[in-house]
Design a binder for this molecule. Structure first.
Ligand SMILES: CC(C)(COP(=O)(O)OP(=O)(O)OC[C@H]1O[C@@H](n2cnc3c(N)ncnc32)[C@H](O)[C@@H]1OP(=O)(O)O)[C@@H](O)C(=O)NCCC(=O)NCCS
Length: 276
């Protein structure tokens, strides 16, 4: 996690939330139909954590676990763990700067279900780490139902991660995803079905995994590697290498240190006029 996100996560001033609020205010002026929604999701909240807890609770609640209870539960996790608070901001920055379609920060915050699924996973992972495995499993199921993203709560996911679109992403129990990774839709980080125990991929820093890629087994995708869309990867991928095909073969070398960051490179907070 970089110094900026760590500072913002622990500081009384939060450039991310100020930015999201000003974008939401502008949008409420432009589109009064959304005024109630924007007030409930953003404008009435003092902090990013308050808004995110409410937003996730609204998406994940059930008759048996009402939104108010869920909102409080999520808030406890966010209050307890400074690394989650920093990761939320790093993930928002990832969505904003790597998705060429993202306009500002309010749009990913409000509408990107890959972002929502990742933050809800962070909460489920916190429960898992507390030994509350039953409740963590409940949320794995709810996240899958609500966002189409199925991440085992024991999986380890770093910060500054982009799960673009989200739909049909599956991440297994013993998978590791390091910082600054980008996963596009329909990516599976799964087992081969032939191994037990530690059986899922280890994806190192800055890796880009294209849409539909299936990465199977306890293999390592080396730092700064690229996996082409729809590949089936069954062997270790060396650092800074591009692989493609079924089964995946090396097709090139990566010229940038962290290909995941190269999806787009807009400077954060540069476009103060950005809308939703
Ligand atoms: C792999 C990728 C990142 C390009 O990386 P790159 O290092 O620039 O690779 P190149 O484009 O130079 O391609 C290298 C070789 O791999 C082949 N290749 C690239 N993508 C491939 C794929 N998905 N499947 C099979 N072969 C592929 C190219 O045809 C080329 O073959 P050649 O040398 O015989 O001409 C890109 O093709 C890709 O798959 N990006 C993911 C994009 C995505 O998921 N989009 C969804 C957005 S919603």
């Amino acid at each position: 996690m970089d110094e900026l996100t760590e500072y913002l996560a622990n500081s009384a001033e939060d450039g991310f939330w100020d930015q999201i609020q000003s974008e939401a205010r502008r949008e409420a002026d432009r589109e009064p139909v959304l005024g109630g929604f924007l007030y409930a999701s953003v404008l009435r909240h003092k902090k990013l954590e308050d808004g995110l807890s409410a937003l996730l609770a609204n998406k994940l609640h059930t008759p048996d676990l009402p939104a108010s209870l869920l909102c409080d539960l999520i808030h406890v996790a966010l209050d307890d763990d400074a690394s989650i608070r920093a990761s939320i901001r790093a993930d928002l920055m990832a969505a904003r700067t790597r998705d060429p379609a993202a306009r500002g920060y309010a749009q990913p915050f409000l509408y990107y279900k890959g972002f929502h699924a990742l933050q809800a996973y962070r909460f489920a992972h916190w429960l898992w780490e507390q030994g509350r495995h039953g409740l963590a499993a409940h949320f794995q199921n709810r996240i899958s139902e609500a966002f189409g993203v199925d991440v085992h709560p024991a999986a380890q996911i770093g910060s500054g991660v982009l799960i673009d679109h989200g739909t049909s992403v599956v991440i297994g129990e013993t998978a590791v995803v390091e910082d600054n990774v980008s996963l596009l839709h329909e990516v599976t980080l799964g087992g081969t079905g032939k191994e037990s125990g530690d059986r899922h991929p280890k994806v190192r820093r800055g890796v880009l995994i294209g849409a539909g890629a299936k990465v199977l087994g306890n293999i390592e995708i080396g730092i700064g590697a690229k996996v082409a869309a729809c590949s089936v990867v069954l062997r270790d991928v060396p650092p800074h290498t591009t692989v493609a095909g079924i089964p995946a073969r090396v097709v090139g070398r990566c010229t940038v240190a962290e290909p995941a960051l190269e999806m787009d490179s807009t400077f954060p907070f540069a476009d103060s006029g950005a809308g939703i």
